[in-house]
Design a protein around this ligand. Structure first.
Ligand code: CO8
Length: 371
């Protein structure tokens, strides 16, 4: 059974925070911390904090802004965390709401009725709650029969979720699957950490993945897939259900996202370059066959290095589009958001690659051919 990506849909928060706004808040926090701890800093028992800078952020990461579910909370120096109002159990959850908006756009673009969908996969870095699954909540909101489940593989959540759907269709278990990656990352970030306060943004992406013979737009045929993981502690979250029982109680700062950014850079780039080249070889393709690579959006320098090595030449921004300047790192949604925003200009037979990489380590490839 041939499988296609039929359509995609995107949701983003209304509010965006620029580097300058983020840095102004961080530096106000630093000034206050250093004032309050002046004596201890002088004695050498507390280390003074250093200010952040927009110029560093843009040079080191390529990020210029990020969307967030609550700009006020992020930029409130007393808080530096988005404010999220608790919702009653009979109201849709925040993650499901974001995912639903992206899913509705994907269905509308494909002209597909929810009754034709067999399954929903919600695949994201973290889930707002464990059960009922966010995917089942979205399934109910759309009135889809069949089944739904959540899964999570950090920055490869979108590709691994899509590959799960592709395999489901290949085995005949389903004909039409919605894969939704709502990444609500800003509540998971320590905005008081200079090394990482600028990295992430909020978004949701949905992909409608179907058997080729279903009616509708020809879509993008899936020609090859690969999932790979190899253990690394260099990107880590210690947040989980055991936190509430831990004695002594854990600090917020080291529960959520921590990373050794330089090590990640050095280790992940060669891993991904090797993976892409190996998979190209299995298809009897070369990089010259790839009109475009929709890469995970972690860091512009990583993307440049990977694209340059795979193409083995200088390349244009059309060949490896960047969305992280506006969206920042959007975790498991990155490569699919790049695909959603930059898939124009393909003729039938043109080829491309969706590729994720990140924590785990994990990496996923989906090789596509425009039908
Ligand atoms: N402002 C000014 N200066 C700074 C700042 C700042 N904000 N931060 C650091 N500096 C300084 C440092 O102090 C250092 O100074 P010195 O040289 O004097 O010691 C200098 O700048 C260089 O610091 P770094 O070595 O840390 O900076 P890099 O140039 O390596 O850039 C990056 C840092 C941007 C983090 C870079 O290493 C990078 O992008 N690495 C790859 C990271 C990556 O891709 N990670 C993937 C993570 S995402 C993922 O896998 C999914 C997890 C899901 C998360 C879900 C939500 C939270």
């Amino acid at each position: 059974m041939n499988v296609v990506i039929r359509s995609t849909g995107l949701w983003k928060p209304e509010e965006s925070v620029s580097n300058d706004e983020l840095v102004a808040c961080y530096n106000a926090y630093v000034e206050r911390f250093n004032d309050e701890n002046a004596t201890a800093i002088e004695r050498g028992t507390v280390e003074a904090l250093n200010p952040s800078s927009s110029a560093f952020i843009e040079k080191a990461s390529g990020i210029k802004s990020r969307y967030t579910i609550d700009k006020d909370g992020v930029l409130d120096v007393e808080r530096m965390r988005p404010r999220v109002a608790p919702r009653p159990d009979d109201e849709i959850s925040l993650m499901a709401e974001a995912g639903l908006a992206a899913a509705r756009q994907a269905l509308e673009t494909a002209g597909r009725d929810p009754k034709d969908i067999d399954a929903v996969i919600c695949s994201a870095t973290s889930m707002q709650r464990t059960y009922p699954c966010i995917a089942i909540e979205i399934q109910k909101a759309l009135g889809i029969e069949g089944f739904a489940y959540d899964m999570s593989v950090a920055c490869s959540s979108g590709t691994f979720g899509s590959i799960s759907a592709i395999n489901m269709i290949k085995t005949g278990m389903a004909k039409s699957v919605l894969v939704i990656t709502p990444e609500i990352t800003t509540p998971q970030l320590n905005f008081r950490d200079r090394d990482s306060h600028f990295i992430f943004g909020d978004v949701a992406i949905a992909a409608l993945i179907e058997a080729e013979d279903m009616p509708g737009d020809a879509g993008w045929a899936v020609r090859g897939t690969r999932m790979m993981t190899t253990y690394s502690n260099n990107i880590r979250s210690n947040f989980g259900f055991l936190n509430a029982s831990e004695e002594p109680a854990p600090a917020f700062e080291d529960r959520y996202f921590v990373q050794e950014g330089r090590k990640v850079f050095k280790e992940v780039c060669p891993m991904v370059i090797d993976l892409i080249n190996t998979e190209l070889g299995k298809l009897d393709w070369t990089s010259a066959d790839l009109k475009r690579m929709w890469l995970h959006q972690a860091n512009i320098n990583m993307n440049m290095m990977i694209a340059r090595k795979v193409y083995d030449r200088e390349f244009s921004s059309e060949e490896a589009p960047i969305v992280l300047d506006e969206y920042a790192n959007i975790a498991g949604a990155g490569s699919l958001v790049a695909f959603h925003l930059h898939h124009d200009g393909f003729e039938s037979g043109d080829k491309g690659l969706i590729c994720s990489f990140g924590a785990g380590y994990s990496a996923g490839t989906i090789f596509l051919e425009k039908r």
